[in-house]
Design a protein around this ligand. Structure first.
Ligand SMILES: [Fe+2]
Length: 389
């Protein structure tokens, strides 16, 4: 970016409350914002972890009225969102709590849209198509993560089209996010690994995107460094509160980076890959990230060298190009160490040529490749899919 000729914007719209056991401040926050009854949106994993009962007891003790929905599913659908919207209205709620991974927070965001805006949610797909801001959301992430606690995005699945649609709007920023690293310690190991790769893909995509600007670059590169240092120890032992704290911050910082720095080809492909083949979001990103980095590396050797260094690769004595290419090796090594599969076949998925053609076309149609540092065609995206087949 040329700071004399170019201009940029940056804003973070969510108040962040960070701290181990910060969850205890929730009743105080609900009072501060004057909510009379909150709807808690969460999933069965959070129920089993004991975190929901902890939160409910806290609200009961504080005399705060609430209604709990515990049936959030991975890849939330339009139907689930409409169902929770009805519960929200029937129970006279006026604010939402998204407690869980990206699916719980994204469901709560979808409900907020549906409460204030009529008709089918699919009409709001894309950027800034939501006429009315819905009820407030307090996001409490339990994975690290999607960054949804600070972003302007929600991803909702349209089952009819087998399609994951992105709704992006300034009305979708959570009012507040409680970042309590204690909540990460009950995440299953495999989830910790792939959600960490989701955060890394946000950081790398926003850092290298053609929309990157000084503030998002600073955030993105720092998040890459934090993930390079902490994802392995966190996955190895989620009870390691130091590593969990750094991963929680890395995920939110990477989310803040991509609000303005954007995400690109990895996410363009991973959404239809999830929609068509059911590959979990973090897993899809992990599969695609090395392939997309290989495609992009020549666009900015300095930046990819920065990524290599941030991930702890020794680059002394290497040419700039060699140093940049070490970033791909570093990501592949990380994926290997986290024992994440690297192909669709390893996930027992064997899509036909036609299915992959459709996924590549949907990736192109999503418009997300517009931020990719190197221009993409459907054929380029199809080749990346072939690499992970
Ligand atoms: Fe993501």
């Amino acid at each position: 970016m040329n700071l004399v000729l170019d201009s940029f914007e940056f804003g973070l719209h969510t108040q962040i409350y960070y701290g181990v056991n910060k969850l205890n401040d929730l009743p105080h926050l609900i009072r501060r914002y004057n909510y009379s009854k909150v709807l808690i949106c969460t999933d069965k994993g959070i129920v089993q972890s004991g975190n929901l009962i902890r939160l409910e007891n806290m609200l009961k003790e504080a005399g705060i009225d609430f209604f709990t929905f515990t049936d959030v599913e991975p890849d939330p659908t339009i139907e689930i969102v409409q169902h929770v919207k009805s519960l929200f209205i029937e129970n006279g709620c006026d604010a939402l709590i998204g407690l869980g991974g990206g699916s719980s927070i994204d469901t709560a965001k979808g409900v907020s849209v549906a409460v204030a805006n009529p008709g089918d949610l699919s009409q709001y797909e894309g950027k800034d198509k939501i006429p009315h801001k819905g009820p407030d959301l307090i996001a409490i992430p339990t994975t690290a993560g999607t960054g949804s606690e600070v972003t302007h995005a929600t991803v909702i699945k349209d089952k009819k089209r087998q399609y994951k649609m992105g709704i992006l709007s300034h009305t979708l920023h959570a009012k507040a996010a409680i970042l309590d690293p204690q909540l990460l310690t009950t995440v299953p190991r495999g989830v910790a690994a792939v959600t960490g790769m989701d955060a890394l893909s946000h950081a790398i995509e926003s850092y290298t995107s053609n929309q990157a600007q000084p503030i998002t670059e600073a955030l993105g590169l720092h998040a890459i460094r934090l993930i390079g240092q902490n994802l392995r120890p966190f996955v190895a032992r989620r009870a390691d509160l130091q590593a969990a704290s750094q991963m929680m911050l890395a995920s939110t910082i990477a989310g803040a980076a991509f609000i303005w720095g954007r995400i690109a080809a990895v996410h363009a492909i991973s959404h239809p890959l999830g929609g068509r083949l059911g590959v979990a979001h973090g897993m899809a990103n992990s599969l695609l990230l090395p392939a997309v980095m290989r495609y992009n590396v020549s666009t900015n050797y300095e930046k990819f060298r920065d990524i290599a260094i941030a991930l702890g690769e020794p680059v002394e004595g290497l040419s700039l190009r060699e140093a940049a290419e070490r970033s791909i090796h570093a990501v592949e090594q990380l994926i290997h160490d986290l024992e994440i599969p690297t192909t669709l076949a390893a996930l027992q998925l064997h899509p036909t040529d036609e299915e992959l053609d459709i996924i590549a076309k949907e990736a192109m149609d999503s418009g997300m490749t517009a931020a990719n540092p190197k221009e993409c065609t459907v054929k380029d995206l199809r080749k990346m899919l072939e690499e992970i087949r």
